[in-house]
Write a protein that binds this ligand. Structure first.
Ligand SMILES: [Zn+2]
Length: 100
């Protein structure tokens, strides 16, 4: 579990950004103009958005640590994300909900 142990003095921030809330999603989406930050495709409901955690920590949901991706680009990231954290399975379910 050492990858969670890169502790610093941002405990308050960490609590605040522990889960990916709607307002965080909106912040990231507005910043990316509702486009995939890898291939620039515009999100249309069925192809995203999905959110990549840049530093690999699923509990770090600061907008600066998030990237909005379409389903195709997230496909590559998803494997990484579900390996790194035990929330991976849950996140996949969320993705499926989005797809419906
Ligand atoms: Zn894409």
């Amino acid at each position: 579990m050492s990858f969670f142990g890169t502790g610093n003095s941002e405990n308050i921030d960490k609590k605040k950004y522990e889960s990916l809330t709607l307002s965080i999603r909106q912040t990231v989406l507005e910043r990316s103009h509702h486009r995939c930050q890898k291939c620039s495709v515009k999100f249309r409901g069925s192809n995203g958005p999905f959110f990549e955690h840049i530093n690999g920590s699923l509990k770090d949901n600061r907008p600066s640590n998030l990237r909005s991706l379409c389903d195709k680009c997230f496909e590559h990231v998803k494997k990484k994300e579900s390996r790194k954290g035990f929330l991976g399975g849950m996140r996949n379910n969320l993705g499926q909900m989005f797809g419906n």
